[in-house]
Design a protein around this ligand. Structure first.
Ligand code: ADP
Ligand code: MG
Length: 728
């Protein structure tokens, strides 16, 4: 057991957690508070050998601090402490009883083994059974006293007490009751490390909590009525009540998010100091003309976000704003406004979009809208002709005031900007961090552009960005007036004919339809084949007498653009596609969306697809193909049909996939969030952001005595992240 020296030593009498209340710990020795003790490796704890410590390390548990900071994923409800004589069938209880006899029997089914014991207390005896834990037989053979948690079940004529967890009392175990009494904390475990073992280990390390130091300044702990750090850990692992455990988790989540925000915001402040941007003059006549020429009155939300842009653009530090707004909420008009501001200031604006189809659409729309104001709008994509490309690149390089719309081409080619003022990244979640960063680089005049990242769904990576990229966030939380919600229905193979009937009726009314074929195994060729197959089926069957187009990833891009243009112009009745239309495409006359094999899509993705219809005043319909056999998938799709809120669907996706996986992209050497959960704790995240901002406002270097611990903690925990951000 090696003690690494050099830790902070607190003189006796000074509480480590300045929460002002008596610590809820049992009185222990008069040792000094010595946080360095918590850095000792877990194999210094009794009962942890080399094998176990390796298995613990695989769970991310190396030091005592790691263990103490591993907050339970949930708490199991307490069971009533009952006498054997008053066991009731089905009620979960804990009994204290002594083992009389033990036997192991095979069961008839599945080769399970059952461990049976006759256990008794002073009120009576009962047959206790454990499934698949025959190895316990030895430990029970000498008739120990035990705590048994479980419930009484009836099997035919036989009554058995089925044990879900237990502990031996006669072993002199200090941690009596930790698995069976009261609220039981549950931890993520592994095949090699059981939850029981983690609980037991925590029981042995309980006294070490004494050495926990609270990095939060006392005024903050007091004003938020947070428990101290030590008490929070104590009541997470050894909870007395569920409300106490919850309050503790909340405080620990806040602390973690505050450290994260401090690290990010300090990083950002540093960056701002190093990255000059051109402060744009106040909006003038051109901006005003743009707004007046819009074919609609902006919604309140659009107006608000435009105001947010204006104040960002007035600053000499680059804007870094994430614009969230559900599909169809009108983000494009806001983006166009930003581009107009860039040109009005004598500079350039650029829009990067993920697909050529979308680039075409934006170039056409902006070309009309901004062209009317005398602004040049150029298009740069993979299939742009060499002469046009050269012309555009020359103009951009020379700093000519203009707008360019492009795909990845904007960053892949040697495009240089003479005076890039505003960058818009549409459907930003479709780009990687590096791709976005590649566009947001200084112009020829050394100034950094203002950047607006737009997204329709707070899909996981967006959340990541919000958290980690430290963007400012704007939300358009209001749809343009007059929209009727899209009606979503599931269909099965059995009623496929009705689907095509429905589609024909809508087309006969003058509407248009999308038919989306699933992405198959991420394989472009196979997916294209399935789309072609569907196309052949529809054109020789249900839609034989209609005008049907086909777009998929295997088509040449000018062909794709032509088909899309024909559909947008109403020259096609139906469009069979793969997900190339998923993002951004706007054809208000299309009112029906049929999605085949919808279970292959994430809910957020389906929501994006659904957003393609019902964009005009007419009611939109989304018909999603489900399989009757797959209950789980059907349930997900039913959730989708019921829910019209993109944020809620993103949450459902996240719950289904798990947050750990979501942050997979981040596994670049700086660890995970341990306590906080991004979606669940988004209010706390808001508070942490504000708190960090106001702290840094008052004490930019975090050098005051009350902030120093916090600054050190932020560096220790998230220093790796900010150096990662430096490199993206
Ligand atoms: P998204 O946010 O999904 O990018 P768009 O910007 O494409 O949405 O807008 C969707 C549709 O709504 C477009 O046809 C657009 O012209 C229209 N629109 C946008 N803002 C308004 C508004 N304030 N009032 C009426 N229609 C609007
Ligand atoms: Mg859009």
């Amino acid at each position: 057991m090696s003690e690494r020296g050099g830790g902070i030593h607190f003189p006796l009498g000074q509480p480590a957690s300045p929460d002002g209340e008596a610590p809820a710990l049992p009185p222990t020795s008069k040792r000094r508070i010595d946080p360095s003790r918590l850095e000792r490796p877990l194999d210094s704890v009794r009962g942890v050998g080399r094998t176990r410590s390796a298995a613990l390390a695989a769970l991310g548990l190396r030091s005592i601090a790691d263990l103490l900071e591993r907050i339970p994923s949930r708490h199991e409800n307490p069971a009533r402490l009952a006498k054997v004589s008053d066991l009731r069938i089905g009620e979960e209880v804990t009994v204290r009883a002594t083992v009389r006899t033990v036997a192991v029997r095979p069961t008839r089914r599945r080769g399970l083994k059952v461990l049976e014991a006759l256990v008794a207390d002073e009120s009576g005896a009962v047959r206790a059974v454990w499934y698949n834990q025959a190895y316990l037989a030895d430990a029970l053979s000498n008739g120990p006293e035990m705590l048994l948690k479980g419930s009484l079940r009836r099997y035919g004529a036989l009554l058995s007490f089925v044990v879900t967890s237990h502990e031996l009392l006669s072993s002199g175990d200090v941690s009596e009751g930790i698995h069976t009494l009261g609220l039981i904390p549950v931890y993520p475990a592994s095949g090699d490390v059981s939850v029981r073992f983690i609980r037991t280990l925590l029981g042995s390390c309980r006294d070490e909590l004494e050495h926990v130091v609270d990095p939060l300044p006392s005024h903050l702990v007091a004003s938020q009525r947070f428990p101290g750090r030590r008490d929070s850990l104590l009541s997470s692992h050894f909870p007395v009540s569920i409300s106490e455990a919850r309050a503790s988790r909340k405080r620990l989540a806040f602390e973690e998010l505050l450290l994260l925000q401090l690290a990010l915001q300090r990083h950002r402040r540093k960056e701002e100091a190093e990255r000059p941007a051109a402060a744009l003059p106040a909006p003038g006549r051109l901006a005003e003309r743009f707004l007046r020429a819009l074919p609609f009155a902006p919604t309140g939300a659009q107006t608000r976000v435009i105001g947010e842009l204006d104040s960002d653009l007035a600053r000499a530090t680059p804007m870094r704003r994430l614009l969230q707004g559900d599909v169809g909420s009108g983000k494009t008009a806001v983006a166009a406004y930003g581009l107009v501001r860039a040109v009005e200031a004598g500079g350039q604006g650029a829009v990067m979009v993920p697909t050529e189809v979308l680039a075409d659409q934006h170039a056409t729309r902006l070309g009309e809208q901004l062209g009317a104001l005398g602004i040049r709008v150029a298009l740069l994509k993979g299939s742009t002709r060499a002469a046009d490309r050269r012309d555009t690149m020359t103009r951009l390089n020379a700093g000519e005031p203009m707008v360019v719309v492009g795909t990845h081409s904007l960053i892949q080619e040697e495009v240089t900007f003479g005076a890039l003022r505003v960058v818009v990244v549409d459907e930003q979640h479709r780009f990687g961090v590096r791709q976005r960063a590649a566009l947001v680089t200084p112009s020829g005049d050394d100034s950094w552009p203002h950047a607006l990242h737009m997204t329709a769904t707070p899909i996981p990576r967006t959340l990541c960005l919000t958290l980690y990229g430290d963007l400012d966030v704007s939300v358009i939380d209001e749809l343009p007036p007059g929209r009727t919600p899209v009606l979503t229905r599931l269909f099965y193979d059995a009623n496929r004919d009705d689907v095509w009937d429905f589609v024909r009726t809508r087309i006969d009314e003058g509407r248009q339809a999308f038919v989306v074929c699933p992405l198959i195994d991420d394989n472009v060729a196979v997916t294209a084949a399935s789309a072609s197959e569907t196309f052949r089926y529809l054109t020789s069957g249900p839609l034989a007498s209609y005008r049907v187009g086909l777009v998929h990833g295997r088509l040449k891009s000018d062909r794709k653009s032509r088909v899309m243009a024909a559909f947008a112009a109403g020259e096609l009745d139906a469009l069979v596609t793969t997900t190339v239309i998923e993002v951004g495409v706007d054809v208000p006359n299309a009112t029906v969306m049929v999605v085949e094999d919808a279970h292959r899509f994430g809910l957020s993705q389906l929501h994006q697809l659904r957003g393609r219809v019902g964009r005009g005043a007419a009611r939109g319909y989304c018909l999603v193909g489900a399989s009757e056999a797959d209950d789980e998938a059907r349930e997900r799709l039913e959730t989708f049909a019921r829910t019209d809120d993109g944020f809620a669907l993103a949450e459902a996706d996240l719950r289904a996939r798990g947050e750990g996986q979501v942050f997979g992209e981040r596994q670049t050497g700086w660890g995970d969030l341990r306590v906080a959960r991004v979606l669940r704790d988004r209010k706390i995240l808001g508070l942490a952001r504000q708190t960090a901002a106001s702290m840094l406002e008052k004490d930019p270097e975090m050098s005051s005595p009350q902030n120093r611990l916090l600054a050190d903690a932020a560096q220790a925990r998230f220093g790796g992240l900010t150096s990662w951000l430096d490199n993206v």
